[in-house]
Design a protein around this ligand. Structure first.
Ligand code: 5CA
Ligand code: ZN
Length: 468
């Protein structure tokens, strides 16, 4: 296990995010702290999606014949599908699949819903659990067999251009979400052999974890008309003709939580962006024998004021040493701590401590300025977390001129390697094998040099990395 893996597993347990002792491999229990982070992340995400998507909820089970209809799609998932074969003791006439994703659950219904061009575009999303019998090594939040937080969006359009625009829009939506939780990313077009089964093309978001391996944290697929043809999703044009629709889908998972934990955390534990932190502020009274009640009363007043202003705040008045409380809230990643002791109270002061930089600041307490002050500090923390993380990502993208250089770079630093590539599948797979990496995808056209592997004129600038 790498140092990061060990850190990650420990913090999930210590910060009460996930209990991994559930007796099914790849399936875990969300604990209260983790659940709060998840809830806040979903709230943020839904807030963005709700602007122009409708939330729906489809059944978990998919009949075998529907799942099997789209040949390429089912081929891509055949090794990962869990099957229900019995109802009680009775064998089922038709096996039922636990959804690995919901195209084949939704699209037969879309065929009923889409009538005329006036119905389009349609944009739906749902947040559900999906099941994949992953054969690679499972890891909590990163590669699970029950994805508990699968946010999948599915859209339907009249033209190919509109579908393409939706892909761009989805990339904007995900960028905005990741920006608000300070997760940096590279967006690439996945190589042909690793696109989503049934898609015309797949765009992927990858971030970098502290051990220099990348994690795919989201994907956006242009499905073209493949599923429309399979599921007979047609609409009537203004001229009364029947045409197949164009579709896109895009998804995020528990990996968004994994990246928030992994990217921002440090040796002291979690360091959470205020947007998702269960508690954004913790107020810790520093108690001595003398003046204890006054300090407690004042801290309670402070807590109330912050809570009614809408902050998630916790007054920690437990009968414990202050040092122990500091340690615990730091480990849990609370962005801002306010400490107040009898001396501070007398002088009308308080101490603010930021989790991200651990900076200590002595400020005057002024009731009418408190909310603005806290808002400002939390805003600074979000910005700082994001900038630090982006800097880390940028520093770890290295351009290479040769395959040997790529291999050495990965061996020394991991990280992301940027290279010129001809775009050939055989050549790409050869690169993956020789360097023991994955090609994340294509960043853009670039024919200014030669392919680092085969020496033919390059077509693309592409990225590769060791991946989770
Ligand atoms: N129907 C499409 C769009 S929703 C779809 O299923 N795309 S996907 O297969 O690429 O999955 C969407 C995202 O889920 C991936 O980008 C990845 O971040 C995440 N994901 C996939 N498999 C797992 C897994 N076993 N555990 C955790 N997250 C996963
Ligand atoms: Zn090549």
């Amino acid at each position: 296990m790498s140092k990061f893996s060990e850190w990650f597993h420990n913090i999930l347990e210590e910060a009460e995010i996930i209990d991994t002792r559930y007796p099914i491999k790849g399936m875990h229990v969300w604990l209260p702290q983790g659940f709060q982070i998840r809830k806040n992340a979903l709230k943020l995400l839904k807030g963005i999606l709700d602007e122009d998507h409708d939330e729906v909820l489809f059944p978990l089970l998919i009949p075998e014949d529907e799942l099997a209809k789209e040949a390429i799609h089912v081929k891509g998932f055949e090794e990962e599908v869990y099957w229900i074969t019995h109802g009680g003791l009775t064998p089922l006439g038709k096996k039922l699949a636990l959804r690995p994703t919901s195209e084949t659950a939704m699209y037969p219904m879309f065929a009923l819903w889409v009538r005329s061009h006036q119905d389009l575009p349609m944009r739906f999303y749902q947040v559900v659990n999906t099941f994949r019998y992953e054969t690679k090594h499972t890891r909590p939040l990163i590669r699970v067999r029950e994805i508990t937080t699968f946010k999948e969006a599915h859209t339907v359009h009249t033209t190919s251009q509109e579908a393409e625009k939706q892909v761009e829009r989805a990339i904007e939506i995900y960028s905005s979400f990741f920006d608000q939780v300070g997760i940096p990313y590279v967006v690439t077009r996945r190589p042909e052999w690793d696109k989503f089964p049934g898609a015309d093309y797949t765009m992927a978001f990858d971030t970098l974890l502290p051990d220099g391996k990348t994690l795919q944290i989201g994907t956006v697929h242009n499905l073209g008309q493949t599923f429309a043809r399979t599921f007979q999703i047609t609409y009537e044009t203004e001229e009364g003709q029947h045409e197949y629709v164009y579709q896109t889908c895009y998804g995020l998972s528990d990996r968004i939580i994994a990246s928030i934990i992994g990217v921002h955390g440090d040796e002291g534990g979690l360091s959470l962006p205020p947007e998702v932190a269960p508690y954004q502020v913790v107020v810790v009274p520093i108690i001595f024998k003398e003046g204890a009640q006054e300090v407690l009363d004042f801290c309670a007043k402070l807590e109330k004021q912050l809570r009614s202003a809408g902050f998630r705040v916790r007054l920690d008045d437990r009968d414990l040493r202050a040092g122990k409380k500091f340690y615990e809230w730091e480990m849990r990643g609370v962005p801002l701590r306010i400490e107040i002791g009898p001396r501070d109270l007398k002088e009308g002061k308080m101490v603010l401590v930021r989790r991200d930089t651990r900076e200590k600041e002595f400020v005057e307490y002024q009731a009418e300025e408190l909310v603005e002050l806290v808002e400002d500090r939390l805003g600074n923390i979000t910005t700082h977390l994001r900038e630090k993380a982006w800097e880390m990502l940028r520093e770890n993208i290295r351009e290479v001129k040769t395959l040997e250089e790529a291999r050495d770079t990965i061996q020394e630093n991991n990280g992301i390697v940027s290279f010129l590539w001809c775009g050939d599948e055989a050549c790409g797979k050869d690169v993956e094998e020789k360097v023991h990496v994955d090609i994340l995808g294509i960043q853009g056209d670039d024919d200014t040099g030669k392919c680092v592997n085969c020496g033919k004129t390059a077509r693309y600038r592409a990225l590769l990395a060791r991946t989770y």
